[in-house]
Design a binder for this molecule. Structure first.
Ligand code: BGC
Length: 587
């Protein structure tokens, strides 16, 4: 999940009904929020879908894979909804062929996936051991994609740190991870770089830092409030820069690929556009989120506002130095400019207002209180799935324009965008997801017209999958996965039909056609819905039958295990006796 629960309770208390119409301001937001823009994307725009290793592969202990912090975390009781784990998940490890054919069905240009570090290097330390079976798995996946003319877009770290590195060093709290990560990345460039040309070092490091080391909702589950997240982020940024330099100096000339990072960011909109304090608070929200990572990578250092706020609060708390670590001059120039393209993951938006948090000696510090703001939501925003995920398409356009302005119009790939549903029952007719994709993709198109340099879009996600601390209770997939069935069959939701049309038309040709796509998608899904419902009934019935038959099965086992050998031994004995008898008579 993107936001910790404590933040939600705050924002629910502050839920406001707001007057949206007064919120119009600078040039690129002149268009009415609700107007739909018919038009197409630039030629060569890349359409994709995504996944990550721990969320889909399963095979957590197969073929020599080492443990990751998520294996260990999810096996602890009480950490994940329903105590779900990623042990088998979608069985993606065994279903490469099937999944690539789903991608072909969608006519995807690219597929974004992540490499499991402990599958390649079981302890995380390269000099210990390289697991060739793990290499073979990704070789196979990459080759299948290329055969199908689908570009692989690879994330090196989507949260599944080798457990040994957590136990030995404290994970991202420790600077030594920079080198270990660099060796892992280097191995990936060496083995896959002849075929992979788009690399991302980290996925959503904000979550790793805040949810892994501040709130503890994610693995490794540490609660080092006010310091842990900043330390983790500091080392992650250094690790990112090091890997970019490794590629730049050792591989770029030969392999001619690109190395970026995938950052997540919600948009923050001031509650009251006429209130300077709210405007600043909203800016802070975005700087503490996206800017925390993007500013060092593009400009060499943390956002000024983070340095100011955390520094001031640290002094008030009686600390000698800021809880936000500092980069040396050398480090700043080493980190600055280490991004060939920027990956953006974006799902939702918040209204932001100024709110002072006390920061005296006795007050407890945290990333959240450091920001001096409150998050609010408009109760009219659609909220179909995850608690934190409100559909606010116009926030996407604003975020993309923010990136353009702040970081010098970098090349952008949207690496994650999508919506979940909270239904455990069969539902393939996901009209609200069609709506979400339609509107968010349209706001991205408007952003491109504003001059934002977006080169590709990745729907999140291809399949329903393990949603971290939410387990399987939230479904983000274009394809529905029946997790109760051991074979984990996939079924297309209506959004598959819709997204497919967007891809084949490279945008939205005109109103009539787009409405048609939607109508047709809903028509087809109702029949697949019935099929799936029937299949589920059948498998439930099969399960019941299996239960009834259990005593019979164990009886059969007894027959093979005890009766058969006994009968065999007896007959051998009998024949021996008979033989001896015969021989005696001859004599
Ligand atoms: C993560 C994904 C996750 C999504 C929805 C993103 O920030 O990178 O792995 O599925 O949030 O929770």
């Amino acid at each position: 999940t993107m936001l910790p629960r404590c933040a939600f309770s705050v924002c629910h208390v502050f839920v406001l009904v707001l007057c949206l119409s007064s919120a119009e301001d600078i040039d690129w937001t002149k268009n009415d929020h609700s107007s739909f823009y018919y038009g197409t994307f630039p030629a060569g725009f890349s359409w994709g879908a995504g996944s990550s290793a721990y969320q889909t592969e399963g095979a957590w202990d197969k073929d020599g894979k080492g443990l990751s912090i998520w294996d260990v975390f999810s096996h602890k009781k009480g950490k994940i909804q329903q105590n779900d784990t990623g042990d088998s998940s979608c069985e993606g490890y065994h279903k490469v062929k099937d999944d690539v054919s789903l991608m072909k069905e969608l006519k995807l240009n690219h597929y974004r996936f992540s490499i499991s570090w402990p599958r390649l290097i079981p302890t995380g330390i390269k000099s210990d051991h390289i697991n060739e079976k793990g290499i073979q798995y990704y070789d196979g996946l990459i080759d299948q994609l290329l055969e199908s003319k689908i570009t692989p877009v690879v994330t090196l770290y989507h949260w599944d740190l080798p457990q040994v590195l957590q136990e030995k060093y404290g994970g991202w709290q420790n600077i030594s991870l920079v080198n270990h990560f660099n060796e892992f990345a280097n191995l990936c460039f060496e083995r896959f770089g002849n075929r992979v040309k788009y690399w991302m070092t980290f996925n959503n490091p904000w979550s790793v830092a805040v949810e892994g080391y501040e709130t503890g909702e994610h693995a490794p589950g540490l609660r080092l409030r006010g310091t842990g997240a900043y330390r983790a982020a500091h080392h992650i940024i250094k690790a990112h820069a090091k890997v970019w330099h490794t590629y730049d100096t050792q591989w770029r000339a030969k392999q001619k690929g690109l190395v970026g990072i995938s950052l997540s960011g919600d948009w923050g909109e001031p509650v009251d556009m006429s209130n300077q304090k709210d405007i600043e608070a909203a800016e802070r929200y975005v700087q503490f989120y996206l800017g925390w990572f993007a500013t060092p990578i593009f400009h060499g250092d943390y956002p000024q506002v983070m340095k100011d706020f955390i520094g001031r609060k640290s002094v008030q708390q009686g600390l000698g130095t800021s809880r936000l670590p500092t980069f040396s001059t050398q480090e700043k120039s080493y980190i600055k400019g280490t991004c060939d393209f920027l990956g953006i993951g974006h799902f939702t938006t918040r209204y932001i207002t100024q709110k002072n948090n006390p920061s005296g000696r006795s007050s407890s510090s945290s990333y959240f209180t450091d920001r001096d703001l409150a998050e609010l939501v408009d109760p009219r925003w659609p909220d179909p799935g995850s608690e934190w995920l409100y559909s606010v398409p116009w926030g996407f356009r604003r975020l993309l324009n923010f990136v353009k302005i702040q970081y010098g119009n970098p090349m952008i790939y949207v690496t994650e965008n999508g919506v979940s549903e909270k239904m455990l029952c069969t539902e393939l007719c996901d009209d609200w997801r069609i709506q979400y994709y339609k509107d968010y993709i349209n706001e991205m198109l408007k952003a491109i017209k504003d001059g934002v340099n977006v080169k590709g879009y990745t729907a999140w996600s291809l399949l329903d999958k393990f949603e971290w601390d939410e387990g399987y209770s939230e479904r983000f997939g274009l394809y529905y996965v029946d997790f109760r069935n051991k074979n984990k069959p996939r079924y297309p939701k209506a959004s598959v039909q819709f997204y497919k049309r967007v891809i084949s038309s490279n945008g939205f040709p005109n109103q009539r056609e787009v409405e048609n796509w939607r109508r047709k998608a809903i028509e087809t899904c109702s029949s697949s819905n019935q099929l799936l419902a029937a299949e589920e009934q059948r498998s439930t019935a099969a399960n019941i039958l299996r239960l009834i038959h259990d005593p019979l099965t164990s009886h059969m086992e007894m027959v093979t295990e005890i009766v058969v050998p006994t009968v065999c031994t007896l007959s051998i004995l009998l024949s021996a006796v008979f033989l001896m008898f015969l021989l005696r008579r001859r004599n």
